[in-house]
Design a protein around this ligand. Sequence first.
Ligand SMILES: *Cc1c(COP(=O)(O)O)cnc(C)c1O
Length: 454
Amino acid sequence: MESLRFDLPQSEIPTHWYNVAADMPNPPLPALGADGKPATIEQMSAIFPMSILEQEMSMERWIPIPQEVREIYRLWRPAPLVRAVRLEEMLGTPARIYYKKESVSPAGSHKPNTAVAQAYYNKQAGIKRIVTETGAGQWGCSMALAGQMFGLDVRVYMVKVSYNQKPYRRSMMQTWGAEVFASPSVMTQTGRDALANDPDNLGSLGLAISEAVEEAASRADTNYALGSVLNHVALHQTIIGLEAKKQFELAGDWPDVVFAPCGGGSSFAGMAFPFVADNAAGGRNGKPVRLVAVEPTSCPSLTKGQYAYDFGDSSGFTPLMKMYTLGHDFMPPGIHAGGLRYHGACPILSQLYHEGLIEALAVPQVATFEAGVLFSRAEGVIPAPESCHAIRGAIDEALRCKETGEAKTILVNLTGHGHFDMASYDRYFAGELVDFEYPDEAIQKSLQHLPKFG
Ligand SMILES: *Cc1c(COP(=O)(O)O)cnc(C)c1O
């Protein structure tokens, strides 16, 4: 019987993360402080441990994964690489489709890959508490899990609309010992101000980030942790692509094109960056692997944003990062892929996109759920709405192969399962989901508020 799963032994869990900064044609542009000068490690050390800030700016190609972190990775890694033969048959495509199953982590997504690392480095630095925010709930769960593993207290500001809509994500965080507050909350000045302005404020990711950062900055025993966007988060996620490359060797195959969803860009970066170095050297098969970031048409940071210095949060607390952005006060509509509703994208990923080394594609919401349902019926796994974006990209590519007769090898980053997103699937089945293309004028308007630096 032909193998569908390409499982590595646990001894093959990578020993190092891969830092693409070492192989970029141009070095990464620095983050800037409020004065327009490069942000220093000292400025950021109020909320992050030194070891993480060093990784954020590192130019070393390989960064060792601490043994304590690899021991926790063993609980679910290496994540399986699966050949989607039933999906191929259903589509009638000559293409070979594979998916990397990051949904097998305890929290159900790729996010614990970095949460565990961040908890470890904070523990090492003598930190007792982590505060963070969560939108859809995936990151809060991952941080709660990781904090528990290292004996850190975790507090999560959860965007109020999700807090009300996704009670079981909150229960999961509490099961792993975290405290969860609906944001805006009365715990911070930012939250109290927002509530004074509008007692019915349902919150936003930017506001929740501001609450978490405010609290972290005000307490010496407390740090902040971010689940995407920053370069060190992308670095930790490279375990995905590094494992996938070993698994493709096992399969005797190699991807021609890779699709990953893109919110802040960490899962895309984690899958794609390990292929960027090969591409620079001409590609493993004498041709580069195409690397495609898939985003929603309702929050099109890469495909319609501007490459500019902008804040990471809506209040302007964070340093300025050069990235593709829709403007820090851009308010994405309430689409069901909550993890993709971010105005910007990881700076290194943005730079590689700007230099033409990776591609981006925007897909509308209804088509992503259609792809997710097809995938569930073929492969069994019910994908997270975020992951459905990558699946849409892959299915469209496979259908193009059907027309041209090309037997391409396609790789999908299945970033998570959708077990806590079934209300969104219900709305899709009820025909209640709509497509939303963010109007160009609205994007131009929020881009006018870009900070004038850099
Ligand atoms: C958070 C999330 C994403 C998007 O975040 P990135 O940092 O862009 O990877 C994608 N898929 C799932 C399942 C998520 O939870």
